[in-house]
Design a protein around this ligand. Structure first.
Ligand code: C2E
Ligand code: CA
Ligand code: CA
Length: 577
């Protein structure tokens, strides 16, 4: 979905909402008790006056209708919480039908006029409980029934107008009051519930769940880097963005869910009767329906019996924090290891990922000194997929962390089960993984499990990761080097590399980007950048590996420049074990 920059904020979202949705104060419990009360009250009143209507009226018939209304009232009071929302439309239509029967039983004259009184209950009930367009339908139906029945029993036009006028007037007043009362629970920008409205719904839903059992899930959704949108593009753009999210999401959430703008750029979603996994899937669906220029992080949590609303919210907040700190643009479900896995995670579990090892050699002799582990996906339908086609997506969804964990365990196993002498293996690590606070501990634990020494593992990290503003990146790298693990800067020379900066980076190896090596051609002997890097590397005591070496000529030039190690098709392609 794209955000149309011309999208106007002036669209009366409030009115659209009033037209399409019930007032936000109307919860299911409110529907149940208002409908039950009107039926009980109407039934009691009618039964009470049944014997006092005078000669023309069918007193016994009126008493029967009164009893039916009373019984219906009891039914709604007892079973109303189980009734679906459409059932309340049936109750409204039934109410109209019963009052119409009463008017007819009145036999005309004063009794019929008096017995048309409960029409006002039906009208007030419907304009209060239902979205405006549905209220209008009910009001039209009821007024038509009122006019037809009164005319039928011979009421004068003056009487008909008076009865219709007063019921309509009462209906309009209640419709307006209910909407005005709801305004305090609504966010004026998006028309969604605000924090106050949401907290009320939350209390109510949890009370019901506590009494009747059942699952409740709660999600917190947060726009990534919203502050930047506000600061750079202005508050109007920020508002427009929030509005676009609200509009897209309102139609995607289930009928009994409560979506709120909880504050700033944070939305909350309350899902009664929903298990955690389904809630997380729904949240992912919402995240996919966001204006293209932004991403959303979300935390989802499941309610546990006797949890308060604020405990549930704070659990979802913890999950949101994890989503934010592990790379954003993803959702995390609190404490659920069975969270619906991504396709890649399923593939890992199904053993569809394999590792190709590409040798790293001594340039002078061709002797193999180590290798780099490169992952491939043996897809059952699409065949062998290279990492460039799934790593970026894995970084977006957070599945990269599962991949990284699988990879390091697999590499450690292969190294330790393989023949002696053991040689070091390089694994590629995304900045995304390094942001995870426990990353270093996970790697160190794998080494311990496999009794592998740290210096057999090389972590290949691209330059950009060192610029990451997340402090965990550098703490992880420091902890890893502490465990003797080697850190290589990968693809060096492909970006805005600074030679001077190399001295301050916590690295042991520099892997020179293939593009610099490719520039070595038979006709160009001059390679000033490669020469400068070699000089710098030697003075820092860092090992140099030239990548993508494809020709004997390149080997010759690199050796001449003082390069010691190389990797590329000239020596060996990545090969599956
Ligand atoms: P990279 O780290 O620069 O890996 C080297 C890539 O260059 C590999 O591509 C390799 O097949 C290719 N290559 C090696 N020698 C030559 C050569 O002489 N000529 C040419 N033209 N290419 C050569 P591959 O396997 O497709 O991997 C692409 C990238 O995917 C890697 O680039 C690395 O950034 C990423 N990657 C691979 N495995 C993993 C992984 O397990 N985790 C993460 N996070 N990234 C990975
Ligand atoms: Ca690499
Ligand atoms: Ca590389």
């Amino acid at each position: 979905m794209t955000l149309d920059p011309r999208a106007s904020l002036a669209v009366p979202v409030g009115f659209q909402r009033t037209w399409r949705e019930r007032p936000s104060v109307v919860s299911h419990a409110v529907m149940r008790w208002t409908t039950a009360s009107f039926y009980l009250l109407g039934g009691a009143l009618v039964s009470l006056v049944a014997g006092l209507l005078g000669a023309g009226a069918d007193g016994r018939g009126v008493a029967v209708v009164g009893a039916i209304a009373g019984a219906l009232g009891l039914l709604v009071a007892v079973l109303g919480h189980r009734c679906p929302r459409w059932a309340f439309h049936v109750f409204a239509v039934l109410g109209t039908a019963l009052v119409t029967v009463l008017v007819l039983l009145g036999g005309g004259g004063a009794a019929s006029i008096a017995l048309s009184g409960p029409y006002v209950f039906v009208i007030v009930n419907t304009v209060f409980l239902f979205p405006l367009w549905q209220s209008v339908c009910h009001v039209v139906l009821t007024e038509v029934a009122c006019a037809v029945s009164l005319v039928h029993v011979g009421a004068t036009s003056g009487h008909v107008v008076l009865v219709m006028g007063s019921t309509l007037g009462m209906g309009a007043m209640v419709a307006w009051l209910a909407r005005a009362a709801s305004a305090a629970d609504e966010d004026p920008l998006t028309g969604l519930l605000n924090r106050r409205g949401f907290d009320k719904r939350l209390e109510e839903v949890l009370r019901t769940a506590d009494r009747e059992g059942g699952q409740v899930a709660l999600a917190v959704l947060d726009v990534d880097q919203f502050k930047q949108v506000n600061d750079v593009e202005g508050h109007l753009a920020g508002d427009r963005l929030l509005l676009a999210c609200a509009r897209a999401w309102v139609d995607l959430v289930p009928e009994d869910a409560h979506l709120a703008r909880y504050g700033g750029d944070e939305f909350t979603l309350l899902l009664p009767g929903t298990p955690l996994g389904r809630a997380a899937d729904l949240v992912d669906e919402l995240r996919r329906h966001t204006p293209e220029e932004v991403t959303i992080s979300a935390g989802v949590a499941a309610w546990q019996r006797s949890d308060s609303g604020s405990m549930l919210i704070s659990r979802a907040d913890v999950a949101l924090y994890e989503a934010k700190t592990t790379g954003r643009d993803r959702s995390v479900a609190y404490g659920d290891p069975h969270r619906a896995a991504s396709e890649l995670e399923t593939a890992i579990a199904a053993g569809q990922l394999v590792i190709a090892y590409q040798p790293i050699v001594r340039l002078r002799t061709g002797e193999v000194v180590g290798s780099e582990a490169l992952v491939r996906w043996r897809h059952p339908d699409k065949g062998l997929i290279l990492p460039d086609h799934f790593i970026p997506e894995a970084e977006r969804t957070g599945a990269i962390r599962s991949l990284g964990r699988w990879l390091v365990a697999e590499v450690c196993r292969t190294v330790m089960e393989g023949p002696e002498p053991r040689r070091s293996v390089g694994i590629n690590v995304s900045a995304q993984e390094l942001r995870s606070p426990e990353y270093a501990a996970v790697i160190v634990e794998q080494l311990r499990l496999h009794r592998m020494s740290g210096d057999l593992l090389v972590l290949e990290v691209t330059e950009g990761a060192f610029d990451d503003d997340d402090p965990h990146v550098l703490t992880n790298l420091a902890a890893l080097r502490e465990a003797d693990i080697l850190v290589a800067i990968d693809d060096f020379g492909s970006g805005y590399s600074s030679l001077r900066r190399l001295a301050h980076l916590p690295i042991d190896i520099i892997k020179i980007d293939g593009a610099l090596v490719r520039a070595i051609r038979p006709d160009s002997h001059d390679a000033p950048i490669l020469e400068a890097i070699a000089t710098m590397g030697r003075s820092l005591g860092v090992r140099l590996v030239a990548e993508r070496v494809e020709t004997a000529h390149q080997v010759e030039v690199l050796v001449g420049l003082g390069y010691e190690l190389g990797q590329g098709f000239h020596f060996g392609r990545p090969a599956l074990d």
